[in-house]
Every structure is written in structure tokens, then in C-alpha cells.
Write a protein that binds this ligand. Structure first.
Ligand SMILES: [Zn+2]
Ligand SMILES: [Zn+2]
Length: 269
């Protein structure tokens, strides 16, 4: 069984530390056989080449990013499988532009993540101020609806951190909505994987994305699962991999997977 991590960032996005090679070395130190490189996609639909230097790389830098991964793939061949990925934002209106850009490259996998709802970042700590519960629920429903759309777009192999709305606002998890169950049904239908993302500890919510209750529902509907540390420092590569494996087994999952050349590689748990 291969130990893998599908979700890592590096210096290009402007808010992570270390080079791609630093993450590969950290993966080797942690006994991984597979390391996915998945930095934040450029904002391909913006007019400017590099509108948000602290969120992601320049559009013109994507080419060089992929080339660097390709070189490192060759350099580490036989020691660790380096996979070329990206964590793409999902903006419904810009989806075709993103699709067109990604089609130019031989990516191993794409993670699709919803980071914006009603034009505001989900991790914006102030976005909930002064909102009624009805308004919060509206945002939550829209968030899950966007995730459903991202699954239906067929663009992605993996959906990133599917309950990350709780990141800086844990209270949101307490507001019930049937949209979560509906979202898992859609994800299962489209055979997209969700990641168990262990970076919740870096925010107020703590723990993992998604929560145990959502994972149980995902198991019930047959949603495939993968692992992602969402590392922004090399030290976090493979973080809590074994704990996640145990919890997935206890939840009832029989297997998990990573992606290579856009195809799932199934691993027993
Ligand atoms: Zn990031
Ligand atoms: Zn993300």
C-alpha cells in the first residue's frame, strides 16, 4: 500500500513556505511513496497577470510551475512518485476559461475548491458579522450548491475541503441544511472524490475537513475518498495520515485512492 498526500502548496502562491523540492524531500522523510503537488491555480479569468500575489501565482507563471514538476518527476523517479496537480478555484462563470487553460497540460489530477461565496472569501473572518441565522444558512446553502456544481462540471478528480466554511466560523456547522446530504449524493453520482483534509487545525475549527458526520454520510452514499494535508509548510506533508486511515476504516470505508494521469489508483485501507 502506498502512502500518499494529494494536497500541498509552495512559495509560488505567496502564502506558503518552501520550494516544491522541499515538499518532495519532506515526503521522503515521512515515508511517502506518492506526493501530489497542487498549488493554487492562477486567476485565469482576471485581466491582470498577477492580481493577488498573496493568494496565488501569476497566470504567466503556471507554465513554469508545471515544467518544474515535470523535471522533479524525472529527478525523483524510482524514489517517489511526484504527481502534477493543481488546486483550482471553482467559479461557475469562469469554468470554461479554466478548463481551456488546464487542457494545455498533462496534469495527473485536479482538485476543485470553492473559496468564494457571494464574492467573499469563505475564510474572511468578518463576513459573518451582523448576519441573522437565516442569512448564514443562505450562504451555507449557496456554498454547498457551488460544490454540487463543481462536481457536475466534470472538471475535477477531487473536491477540496468540502466543509471549509467552518474554518474561521465553527458555529456554521451547527446550522442544519439538507443541502449537505444532497451534495454528497451528487458527488457520488459524478464519481468525484472528496479529500480528508487535515489542515483544520490551522484555523479556528480545528480537526479535519469534512467533519465525522459528513464522512459517515459520504460512506453511506459511496463517495470515494482521498487524503490531503493541505500543507503550506513542508513539515506538514502527510500530517495525520495514519489517523485518517484508522478513522476511515472505522467509519466503514474499505478503500481510498489517489490520482495519476487523471485516473484513480485505488488503495486498500
Ligand atoms: Zn493556500
Ligand atoms: Zn483550498
Amino acid at each position: 500500500m502506498n502512502k500518499f498526500d494529494m494536497h500541498t502548496h509552495h512559495y509560488r502562491c505567496g502564502h506558503a513556505k518552501g520550494t516544491i523540492e522541499d515538499y518532495i524531500k519532506a515526503a521522503l522523510d515521512s515515508g511517502l511513496q506518492v506526493i501530489g503537488i497542487s498549488d493554487h491555480s492562477p486567476y485565469f479569468a482576471e485581466k491582470m497577470d498577477h492580481p493577488y500575489p498573496h493568494i496565488t501565482m501569476a497566470a504567466s507563471g503556471f507554465d513554469e510551475y508545471i515544467q518544474e514538476i515535470e523535471e522533479l518527476k524525472k529527478k525523483y523517479k524510482g524514489r517517489i512518485d511526484v504527481l502534477a496537480g493543481v488546486e483550482s478555484d471553482y467559479f461557475p462563470k469562469a469554468a470554461s476559461t479554466y478548463k481551456h487553460e488546464f487542457a494545455k497540460y498533462e496534469l495527473d489530477y485536479l482538485i476543485g475548491s470553492v473559496h468564494f461565496v457571494e464574492d467573499r472569501n469563505i475564510f474572511d473572518k468578518n463576513r459573518w458579522e451582523g448576519m441573522t441565522e437565516e442569512e448564514m444558512l443562505r450562504v451555507k446553502n449557496k456554498y454547498y450548491y457551488l460544490i454540487q456544481q463543481s462536481a457536475r462540471s466534470g472538471m475535477f478528480d477531487i473536491l477540496g475541503h468540502i466543509d471549509a466554511l467552518k474554518g474561521y466560523f465553527p458555529y456554521i456547522s451547527e446550522l442544519y441544511t439538507p443541502e449537505i446530504e444532497q451534495t454528497l449524493k451528487v458527488i457520488a453520482e459524478t464519481e468525484t472524490a472528496i479529500e480528508v483534509n487535515t489542515s483544520g487545525k490551522m484555523k479556528y475549527c480545528g480537526g479535519w475537513y469534512p467533519s465525522a458526520g459528513i464522512l459517515e454520510m459520504a460512506c453511506h452514499y459511496g463517495v470515494p475518498v482521498t487524503f490531503g494535508s493541505d500543507s503550506h509548510v513542508p513539515e506538514r506533508v502527510g500530517d495525520e495520515w495514519e489517523e485518517v486511515r484508522q478513522v476511515l476504516k472505522e467509519t466503514g470505508f474499505k478503500e481510498w485512492r489517489y490520482y495519476k494521469e487523471r485516473k484513480p489508483v485505488i488503495q486498500p485501507l
